[in-house]
Ligand binder design. Structure first.
Ligand SMILES: *[C@@H]1O[C@H](CO)[C@@H](O)[C@H](O)[C@H]1NC(C)=O
Ligand SMILES: *[C@@H]1O[C@H](CO)[C@@H](O)[C@H](O)[C@H]1NC(C)=O
Ligand SMILES: *[C@@H]1O[C@H](CO)[C@@H](O)[C@H](O)[C@H]1NC(C)=O
Length: 355
């Protein structure tokens, strides 16, 4: 590199000295200086081009960039706005979190390659007995999913770094069955998932009687014709998740009037979404569940139930509508399974579930 610079300057030198010998008057002197300057410029650009080709400058550039990153930690690029939170344990209050999660881009086309992900949200007291089955299900699909866990605040998860559940707990608070605190927990899960712009769909996994629970004090915001019941097991897209997180209209009504035997967690989301976004609702579940035994709780299946015949029964006679098309795949999930079902499920999953 050095030698090339020298030879180029030498190459230009004769021209300069020839002109210099022609005359010593000042216009010529100016021209002389100008030519010298031109020569230096040309040499400089050749040096630059040469160095860039050898990628020396590029590496230097990156080094400088990362040094800047250390200094300010916020490079002023698009990356700053699409980077997923590196630590789920943020210090935002619910109010701050919901506000931040309600940010929505208005331009539909993303100016970067966005691979949409499914957010799997687990609302649990703590342990996840079927975790190994989820691990098996998600294995090999890295980059297409994200996992969020809302647990008891005191629960300390001990998932190894290789686990899909490792460090996936969000800041949690105590939530009680049938109370608004349960809805709060679900909104918290959704809001945290919304912070990652790549999450497009959310599935809420939750460890579950009708219009009689409606309270007229909820009118006019909520009236009996829109009263709906659902379960905490739902699948929604980003748009509906934002609807839930941003709601300040229906929340106070449900908080005040849907208690104590109203089971607000079964009514708030489905009723609110029916009022706000009815045409977007599928009005059915994706989670298979067996209520045939009667009573307030669905059947729980354990070790002895997990046989191929069981899954034949689950899959038979299925017809439902998906995107206005008839399909035989109606359920993507099923419940309820006791911890004792784990081992046979891990054995049988490849044959009956395809993973
Ligand atoms: C409830 O809402 C529906 C549609 O929004 C309306 O037609 C109906 O009159 C309302 N009923 C009451 C009791 O307000
Ligand atoms: C679900 O019900 C709502 C009204 O409650 C309706 O607007 C919507 O089209 C229904 N969805 C489907 C897929 O039928
Ligand atoms: C659904 O399908 C029916 C019959 O094929 C059609 O009449 C209707 O317009 C479709 N609805 C939508 C929303 O595509």
């Amino acid at each position: 590199m050095q030698s090339r610079v020298v030879s180029l300057e030498e190459g230009k030198d004769p021209a300069v000295s020839i002109k210099a010998s022609q005359s010593k008057s000042s216009p010529i002197r100016l021209l002389q200086l100008f030519l010298l300057f031109l020569a230096i410029c040309i040499s400089f650009s050749i040096i630059s081009m040469y160095t860039i080709k050898r990628s020396g400058v590029q590496t230097a550039g990156t080094a400088v960039k990362s040094a800047f990153k250390h200094c300010f930690d916020e490079p002023n690029t698009l990356d700053r706005w699409i980077r997923r939170p590196s630590n789920l344990l943020h210090k935002m209050s619910d109010e701050e979190l919901f506000w931040r999660a309600s940010f929505v881009p208005r331009i539909k086309k993303y100016p970067f390659k966005r691979v949409p992900k499914i957010a799997f949200m687990f609302l649990t007291k703590g342990p996840l007995p079927l975790a190994p089955l989820w691990e098996k299900f998600l294995k090999g699909h890295e980059g297409l999913y994200s996992v969020y866990i809302h647990s008891m605040p005191t629960f300390e998860a001990k998932f190894p770094p290789s686990s899909v559940f490792h460090r996936r707990q969000i800041p949690s608070q105590i939530s009680e069955w049938g109370k608004m605190s349960m809805c709060d927990a679900e909104r918290r899960l959704l809001a945290n998932a919304l912070l990652d712009i790549l999450n497009e769909r959310a599935f809420d996994d939750h460890g579950p009687y009708g219009r009689g629970r409606y309270n007229e004090n909820m009118a006019p915001e909520v009236n009996i014709t829109n009263w709906r019941k659902g379960s905490q097991w739902f699948e929604i897209n980003r748009k509906l998740a934002v609807n839930i997180v941003e709601d300040t209209t229906f929340y106070p009504k449900f908080e005040e009037f849907c208690k104590p035997h109203c089971y607000v967690d079964e009514h708030y989301f489905p009723t609110m979404l029916t009022i706000r976004t009815a045409p977007l609702l599928a009005n059915r579940t994706l989670t298979w569940v067996d209520w045939s035994r009667g009573g307030a709780h669905p059947a729980t299946f354990g070790r002895a139930d997990i046989k191929e015949e069981f899954f034949k029964k689950v899959h038979e006679d299925m017809h439902c509508i998906y995107n206005n098309q008839s399909t035989s795949i109606c359920f993507l999930f099923a419940r309820k399974f006791a911890p004792s079902a784990l081992e046979p499920l891990l054995h049988i999953s490849r044959n009956v579930l395809g993973f």
